[in-house]
Design a protein around this ligand. Structure first.
Ligand SMILES: C[S@@+](CC[C@H](N)C(=O)[O-])C[C@H]1O[C@@H](n2cnc3c(N)ncnc32)[C@H](O)[C@@H]1O
Length: 319
């Protein structure tokens, strides 16, 4: 049986909240560090007309292609680059976007990556176990499950999946190697933890999440990327907006924003400040913005989205 042609669809989460958080204005310049299918980027460009510009970055060449078609009508106002947001500072500098009014990160995986056949992200379909978001990722998920030792696998599944049966799952994976397909991995997980009727989520959910995070180094470069993005903000009031989908990411974002918005970090009894730290961001609110019930009903993926926003308090740097 042949598959129907795949039509990429991705409903941008928290769209109105994102535009408000970025405070998009006509003529402004923005960076979307996780372009995906270009849903947020399109809305930002529309709100920034006339004369607004956007640099879109994604490590996935398929995303650049789909978003390129979608944003073609903006001509040279939409500049799209295949790359890793780890290099956001260099990419922006190269493209003439080194002082911008806002930077957006909509983290994680896109629905195109989850749904398109052959990418190996989904436990719903049996296919090669890959999970690389882009060609810059070094190891596939199959490389990891087939070469890490049992203790390393258990640690990875625990750390990035917060899966309490991580040891049993790692043992089952090692006993069934080689594992080259998503189906074989699901089977190894189910052999360890059962088919999961008592669980609210599919038994493979957390292990697949953990592998995806490890394959793509999703947490390791986030803080550096946020710092790179902050350094690109044009001046007081320019915005850094981050949408995350699980607690591990959100914790990094929250800690980074709090750290950058705090002043002196000397120990409490130090009589005079010796650290000299000043704040570089101001938190727009302490709480993360979450999706409305209406949005969650339309798009269940929005349930776990958390949007955080901070604005620069650093004077515009000299050109
Ligand atoms: C949730 S999707 C973004 C969806 C997008 N906001 C939209 O409206 O279509 C996340 C995207 O970020 C990309 N991505 C994830 N990590 C990245 C990284 N380190 N560098 C560049 N892009 C990354 C993924 O390839 C994916 O396309």
């Amino acid at each position: 049986m042949s598959h129907p042609p795949y039509e990429p669809r991705h409903e941008p989460v928290l769209l109105h909240e994102t535009l408000a958080a970025l405070d998009v204005r006509p003529g402004g310049s923005y960076i979307d560090a996780t372009l995906g299918l270009g849903g947020h980027a399109e809305a930002i460009l529309e709100a920034a007309q006339p004369d607004g510009r956007l640099l879109g970055i994604d490590r996935d060449p398929a995303a650049i292609e789909v978003a390129g078609d979608r944003l073609a009508r903006f001509g040279e106002d939409a500049v799209l680059v295949e790359g890793n947001y780890e290099q956001i500072a260099d990419i922006a500098e190269d493209q003439g976007f080194s002082g911008v009014d806002g930077v957006l990160f909509d983290l994680g995986v896109s629905s195109m990556q989850l749904d398109a056949p052959g990418r190996g992200f989904s436990f719903q379909r049996d296919e090669p176990l890959d999970m690389r978001m882009g060609p810059d990722a070094r190891l596939s998920a199959a490389d990891i499950v087939n070469t890490y030792d049992e203790a390393e696998l258990a640690d990875l599944i625990w750390k990035y999946g917060e899966e309490r049966r991580s040891r049993a799952i790692a043992r089952s994976i090692v006993a069934r190697r080689p594992i080259d397909t998503t189906g074989a991995l699901v089977n190894a997980i189910e052999q360890a933890v059962g088919r999961g009727r008592e669980r609210q989520i599919h038994p493979a959910t957390l292990t697949f999440q953990a592998l995806r995070i490890a394959v793509n180094g999703e947490l390791s470069s986030l803080e550096d990327a946020l710092e790179g993005a902050r350094g690109l903000l044009a001046g007081v009031g320019s915005r850094l907006v981050v949408i995350s989908f699980h607690s591990l990411e959100d914790r990094i974002v929250k800690r980074y924003m709090i750290k950058e918005s705090s002043t002196c970090v000397c120990p409490p009894r130090t009589p005079v400040c010796i650290c000299g730290k000043t704040s570089r961001l101001r938190l727009s609110s302490k709480r993360a913005v979450q999706a409305s019930e209406g949005e969650i009903a339309r798009n269940p993926r929005a349930r776990s989205a958390r949007l955080r926003v901070a604005e620069s308090v650093v004077e515009r740097r000299a050109a």
